[in-house]
Design a protein. Structure first.
Lengths: 135, 524
């Protein structure tokens, strides 16, 4: 099992950030994918290469500000769990932590790369708290 | 008079691959002729023994700690220094044809520019600098990419799928369904990554790279300065040259390499005198990196498999040499040859059976570190005495400054090594006193880090604390007395002072890592 983690510390409240990324159907607005489609607890995302992932939405917890999903019915990916959390640091700052476990393990790196792009997008959108500096 | 630089690289090629370096199997008359007319470096070393970090050092002139590509899968930033960009700004026509690999291959989210350029079918893309000026991707105004197979979006893969779709499946499937380096055996002996490839020679990537380079050269004027990087994917695994060429070297006729230790007990004894990653990998107990098949256990490697792998590599090296000959022919036909500097090298070596191992990894010995490097200066340039052999250890980090020197540019401020010396005396003037080689790998919690200094006839490697090291072990070899590096002197009291002096020198000169360690975004 491959496991990766990416994070971003943002100059915005946890509530504001969660309002944006806590919508499962809006993943394409901040993640490097081209389309998102939702039907009930199912989600399909389209990658820029044309690859489509079918996903089960496992958890949307507005109290924890946690989202969990799993890629499913995929001939290559035999096991997957993706999670992201928005955690309040101060009333006006938060950290987003994205993690994924996947088999085959190598694919974790590719998902991590995409998550890293997502984190950089959020840093640009909300800014980085001054005491965190630029990475 | 135009200045032309022809930079030719192979991938994963050993020092002894070439006739001019003492190789006795593959016939390499073209590169041998460069050595006869130029400078042959007897001990050239990389900054790292896998592709992306080593290639990043070639183009940036920086050590791994500075350019930050610390393992395969870590992207060289788009705004990293590039000697090609310096040359392009100076008015050189610039191209890179073949294997670039400054960015990862596995790219389902289309994040990496090399893949995007190939997908979009454009020659290059322009990036905006901080001062508002624009320049092409890494300084190359023409890019055409190939790798070892027909998977993915790169130009060669697209070409073969479009023009010879049946050819895509003729090449060995270098990656298995778990996206790992494939352990599947083939050929006559079942050696991993070997395949009898029925593809006609004309479809093979070595020929494609030469064809595309010739096509680009044919479009150039006689008056322009030129930097042309031709980068062959071979003889890197998979070992699947076209079957039509197998007659060149019959593996059954090959002697085993000098570095192969035939007696398994002696082999294991020698491996046990080295730091723990050696024997642990040999026995399949610890796989530290993506560059070898995770499911393949080296101690299953047979002598015949070593012979067959070596035969395949020799065949691939002959094909490369003949392809280079075709490219040189264009320079001669155009009347450019007298004004052209040629540099030939590779990014890292290959075990090819040494110590009972194949592929590469955290093992800083000659198999992986001693590289072919030949500089054939333009005969029209004065002041270069050839042929010359340079015995001083030199680093591929010096290539960027060398290209600047050839182009008549001052040494770029960003480089960390002077240009290559023209002879041993100049090695001292240019302060080629030591070569530093770094290894870091993190494979889902399995961590290996090595730091190595090569100075004079000594090579000394320190292990850093990690998954199988506590930071106290290492390797020390006297390359004169022990060219095969069978006798690790690290713990030998007689050599303690030498070891400590080398280590102090190394720590004094290794650049400190700049910034936060960048993430690994793909296996390769």
């Amino acid at each position: 099992m491959g496991s990766v983690r990416r994070h971003a510390i943002l100059d915005a409240s946890a509530a504001v950030v969660w309002d944006f990324i806590g919508r499962p159907g809006a993943l394409h607005e901040w993640f490097p994918i081209t389309a998102t489609r939702i039907e009930g607890d199912k989600r399909w995302i389209t990658l820029p290469t044309g690859i489509v992932f079918e996903e089960d939405i496992l958890l949307v917890d507005h109290d924890l500000r946690r989202f969990q999903y799993a890629i499913t019915n995929n001939p290559l990916i035999t096991n997957h769990l993706g999670t992201y959390d928005v955690v309040e640091l101060t009333p006006s700052t938060c950290i987003v932590v994205y993690s994924t476990n996947v088999e085959p393990e190598v694919f974790a790196l590719a998902i991590g790369a995409a998550a890293g792009e997502g984190m950089r997008f959020l840093e640009k959108k909300y800014g980085i708290p001054k005491n965190e500096g630029a990475r | 008079m135009a200045r032309r630089i022809l930079f030719i690289t192979t991938d994963q090629q050993r020092f002894d691959a070439l006739g001019c370096n003492g190789g006795t199997v593959a016939r390499t008359p073209v590169v041998d002729s460069f050595a006869k007319e130029g400078i042959r470096y007897n001990r050239a070393l990389p900054s790292n023994v896998v592709c992306m970090p080593s290639r990043s050092s070639m183009i940036t002139g920086q050590h791994v700690s500075t350019h930050g590509v610390w393992m395969n899968g870590v992207t060289l930033p788009v705004d990293a220094p590039s000697i090609a960009a310096d040359l392009w700004r100076k008015g050189f026509r610039t191209s890179l044809i073949g294997k670039a690999h400054f960015e990862p291959f596995l790219d389902p989210f289309a994040l990496f520019t090399e893949n995007t350029i190939a997908t979009q079918g454009v020659e290059t893309v322009m990036h905006k600098n901080a001062d508002g000026t624009e320049e092409p991707h890494r300084g190359f105004e023409h890019l055409e990419f190939a790798t070892h197979n027909a998977m993915g979006p790169l130009h060669y893969a697209q070409w073969i799928r479009a023009n010879h779709p049946e050819g895509a499946d003729m090449l060995y499937p270098i990656i298995n369904r778990k996206l790992q380096v494939n352990e599947m055996g083939g050929g006559d002996t079942g050696a991993p990554q070997v395949k009898h490839n029925p593809m006609p020679r004309e479809w093979y990537h070595t020929e494609w790279v030469a064809d595309r380079a010739i096509n680009w050269l044919s479009s150039q004027s006689d008056d322009d300065d030129m930097f042309c990087w031709v980068s062959f994917p071979d003889p890197h695994h998979a070992w699947d040259p076209p079957m039509s060429e197998l007659h060149r070297v019959n593996w059954r006729d090959l002697e085993l390499p000098a570095g192969y230790i035939s007696d398994p007990a002696e082999r294991e004894r020698i491996l046990s005198t080295k730091p723990a990653q050696w024997l642990a990998w040999y026995n399949g107990e610890f796989v530290s990196n993506f560059e070898a098949p995770a499911q393949w256990v080296p101690n299953t490697l047979t002598a015949d498999q070593v012979r067959e792998v070596n035969a395949m590599v020799h065949i691939e090296n002959e094909l490369i040499d003949e392809a280079i000959g075709r490219i040189v022919g264009v320079f001669k036909d155009r009347g450019w040859w007298n004004d052209t500097d040629v540099i030939f090298t590779t990014d890292h070596g290959e075990f090819q059976g040494d110590f009972g191992l194949l592929f590469k990894g955290p093992y800083h010995v000659d198999s992986l570190m001693r590289l072919p490097l030949v500089w054939r200066p333009a005969p029209s340039r004065v002041g270069v005495t050839t042929p010359t052999v340079v015995n001083t250890p030199v680093s591929l980090v010096s290539l960027a400054a060398t290209f600047a020197h050839i182009a008549g540019l001052p040494q770029p401020a960003y480089v960390e090594a002077a240009r290559l010396p023209l002879n041993d005396a100049e090695s001292i003037e240019l302060k080629h006193e030591r070569v530093l080689t770094e290894w870091d790998s993190v494979l889902f919690g399995k961590i290996v880090s090595l730091r190595t200094i090569t100075r004079g006839s000594w090579v000394c490697t320190a292990t850093l604390p990690g998954s199988v090291h506590d930071g106290t072990d290492g390797e020390l070899y006297n390359l004169v007395d022990d060219p095969l590096q069978h006798h690790n002197l690290w713990h030998n009291k007689e050599h303690r002072a030498t070891r400590d002096d080398l280590l102090a020198d190394m720590w004094d000169h290794l650049p400190e890592r700049i910034g936060v360690r960048r993430e690994c975004d793909a296996p390769v």
